[in-house]
Design a protein around this ligand. Structure first.
Ligand code: ADP
Ligand code: ZN
Ligand code: ZN
Length: 730
């Protein structure tokens, strides 16, 4: 019988497309197909089967091929992707093809070991139609009828003559041969499980609360300072899931920065297949790991944001580590938030989810205070001997810093060097200096494509834009006035490295930032150097802040942090606090106590007060109070309509039109005026935005749905626009 298939394609149209095919069953939903779309051949995915189409039969094209070499996407993943499409108002086809591994987005052969099997054709008789003496054929047909794909080995096992009978049935056209991808099995790491630490009372309470919680969905927020043993909790909960025959998904912000975590899971669970999914895998590896998760062979999946969509048939628990990290939110294309999708997935599957952080997103913390999440606390460092670092501000108003380094920090660095301990100097700006300036006329080297300045990279004698990647040679003279006296202004990691080398000629200094770690494995090698104590002073950006456990590191200095205190971005303070807590967490992880020195012009600022006491909850309380007064998230829900065009006016005009369209349907939703984006010009395009907000998602979502439909109808030319739901970046 001919079936109508509702097919999703990777095109920016919010609709499914009708095709027809024969011999398709309900179990084929979620399978990939090859179809013609316009003049192209494209890979699509069967979302649903239908008995009829709105289109005239003559206009419905047949499916060229059904890919049976990879298993169908399961209904629960399709449901999650549908939810994602609805929530972010993004075409389902694009959502599906974003979630699939690259190799499955195209029709190229997957180049993985395949298993041969068979499927019944429509012309095949039913077992009972055959004469009783055709015992083997009847057996084979009965077996084949049970699934859309039956492995050859399964059939061969039924009878010694099965091979011959299969050949005959192929010749008669009753069955067809198919390939199904079977990933190479993975073994877990070898070794014996390590001796487990005895849980401290706080950890034990967290584990107990999970053990005694009723089955089904629950969301918990694990608020634990760095080193409080959160990872140990993850490991215990994972162990309990593995015992129950469940899979566990662990989401981390940037897995290439935390190879330690993967190693820790593998060491803890020898013999258990653990796979990772992140951007530094090649396409083949990524597909392989994905298939291992989908087939249930991989029991633990560690991955970055995209892995939230990984099919895992026996998923029993989701863990999101460093849940506050902004890299869980995708900033282009499908702008989804992986943490929020993880919560949605846990809810859909009716399983628990654990969000862990030392500095949760205020949204999550607010949810916990409101009782939507369970709040679990770890307030002490877990390792017996480890103490919290002492955090002090260095008042820069009374300092005359040499190269940005205060006397107090220089002295502390010298002391550490003397004692053979490691130090870290943190500055969140790579390059030599953020600007190149002419001392004569005030000219500042601009990016020709962005509304920003070019960053000086002195060693290469180049100027680079950190927004669009534009690069040029450092000019010898000012293009404005011809003056030869051009000076780098301000500080970056390279300049800091040079300055430290001058102050401490004998120190072994290592700079770790995106520039110095560009080469594959560079970061891993550098971290190795640190662990082997071949480094005295580390200079680096936030790359260094995350997750690393340096035993000999006892001093952290933080430079140039003040910008965030009075930023126009209402989340800047939250980010700074999280960042400083994280860097501070690098100090004194083992026996020796750590010291953190923060250079600032505002030592009395409440943010530093809370930081000194490592008191996230005090900080969060003041922030939440401010947000409530100002009506910012989490006390409202926002979406941003972004538009970009060659000319700013075009983008603004589009947004004004969008605002007009919204007026009759906005209801309880507030629409602000269209404005140029904070960085209006980026990579040669002008950008503007329009903020909308409402008290609840329930009010915002239906409005966005209608509005999005009307905006699509506009068929705006010369403008590229997109909706960003729950925007993080403005
Ligand atoms: P977090 O993930 O919160 O930063 P970890 O789980 O990495 O904390 O724990 C920090 C350190 O304390 C690790 O070296 C870990 O092995 C150790 N640790 C964790 N729990 C315990 C415990 N109950 N007893 C002793 N040491 C522990
Ligand atoms: Zn000049
Ligand atoms: Zn630029």
């Amino acid at each position: 019988m001919t079936q109508i298939l509702k097919i999703a394609l990777d095109v920016p149209l919010d609709t499914l497309f009708d095709y027809r095919a024969e011999g398709i069953g309900a179990e084929d939903a979620g399978r990939r197909v090859l179809v013609t779309f316009g003049r192209r051949k494209m890979v699509g995915l069967i979302v649903a089967l239908a008995s009829h189409s709105e289109l005239p039969a003559a206009n419905i094209k047949p499916v060229l091929k059904v890919f049976r070499d990879t298993p169908a996407l399961s209904p629960d993943i399709l449901r999650l992707l549908q939810f994602c499409a609805d929530y972010y108002h993004h075409p389902l086809g694009e959502v599906i093809f974003t979630a699939l591994p690259q190799r499955l987005r195209s029709d190229q052969t997957t180049a993985l070991p395949c298993q041969t099997g068979y499927a019944l054709n429509e012309s095949a008789p039913r077992p009972d139609d055959l004469p009783a003496r055709a015992i083997v054929k009847r057996k084979l047909l009965a077996q084949l009828a049970q699934a859309s794909f039956t492995a050859r080995e399964t059939l061969l096992a039924l009878s010694p003559s099965a091979g011959k009978q299969i050949k005959e049935m192929l010749a008669a056209g009753w069955i067809q041969e198919q390939q199904e991808t079977r990933p190479t099995p993975v073994q877990g790491a070898s070794g014996t499980p390590p001796q487990l630490p005895v849980l401290n009372p706080e950890q034990a309470a967290v584990i107990d609360s999970f053990a005694s919680a009723p089955a089904g969905f629950s969301a918990s927020l694990l608020l634990g300072i760095t080193g409080s043993g959160k990872t140990e909790v993850y490991l215990r909960l994972t162990a309990s899931q593995l015992e129950q025959g469940r899979q566990v998904l662990v989401l981390v912000p940037e897995i290439n920065l935390t190879p330690q975590l993967e190693a820790r899971f593998q060491r803890r669970f020898p013999g258990v297949p653990v796979v990772s999914l992140h951007s530094s895998l090649n396409d083949g590896e990524r597909l392989h790991h994905w298939l291992l998760a989908q087939s249930g062979q991989a029991r633990i999946v560690l991955g970055t944001r995209l892995s939230v969509f990984t099919p895992m048939p026996e998923l029993g628990l989701i863990i999101v580590d460093e849940e506050h990290d902004s890299s869980f939110k995708q900033q282009d294309g499908l702008r989804y938030g992986a943490r929020d999708m993880a919560v949605a997935r846990a809810k859909q599957r009716n399983i628990p989810i654990l969000l862990g952080s030392a500095t949760p997103a205020l949204e999550s913390y607010h949810n916990a205070l409101e009782g939507r999440y369970r709040l679990l606390r770890l307030t002490r460092r877990a390792a017996e001997e480890a103490q919290l670092p002492a955090i002090r501000c260095v008042d820069m108003r009374s300092e005359k810093p040499l190269d940005g380094l205060s006397a107090a920090l220089l002295q502390a660095l010298a002391g550490n060097l003397e004692h053979g301990r490691q130090s870290l100097v943190f500055i969140n700006r790579r390059g030599y200096a953020p600007v190149l300036m002419c001392n004569q006329c005030g000219w500042l080297a601009p990016c020709p494509r962005c509304a920003s300045r070019l960053v000086v990279h002195l060693r290469e004698r180049r100027l680079r834009c950190h927004h669009c990647g534009h690069e040029e040679r450092m000019p010898r003279a000012c293009p404005g006035c011809g003056n030869l006296d051009l000076a780098p202004l301000g500080q970056g990691t390279q300049r800091l490295e040079d300055a430290l080398a001058q102050h401490f000629p004998s120190a072994r200094i290592l700079r770790i930032d995106r520039d110095s770690t560009r080469r594959k494995h560079a970061l891993r090698e550098m971290l190795q150097e640190v662990h082997e104590e071949r480094v005295d002073i580390l200079v680096g950006t936030q790359i260094l802040a995350k997750g690393h456990d340096f035993k000999r590191l006892t001093l952290v200095g933080a430079l140039n942090v003040d910008g965030a205190l009075y930023s126009a971005d209402f989340r800047a303070a939250e980010r700074l606090f999280a960042q400083l807590m994280q860097v501070a967490g690098r100090a004194g992880r083992a026996a020796e106590p750590g010291t953190v020195l923060i250079q600032t012009q505002f030592p009395g600022h409440p943010l530093f007060e809370a930081l000194r006491h490592q008191d996230y909850e005090a900080f969060a309380a003041t922030q939440l109070a401010e947000r409530k007064l100002a009506g910012f998230p989490p006390f409202c829900h926002q979406a941003l309509l972004r538009a970009e065009a060659t000319h700013l006016e075009t983008a603004l005009a589009f947004l004004r039109q969008a605002r007009k369209l919204a007026a009759p349907i906005s209801g309880p939703v507030t629409l602000y005026d269209p404005v140029p984006a904070p960085m209006a010009r980026l990579a040669g395009r002008e950008r503007a935005q329009l903020l909308v907000q409402a008290d609840s998602r329930r009010a915002l979502q239906p409005f966005l749905h209608h509005w999005n439909a009307e905006l699509t109808e506009l068929k705006a030319r010369q403008v590229r626009w997109s909706l960003d739901v729950d925007p993080l970046d403005f």
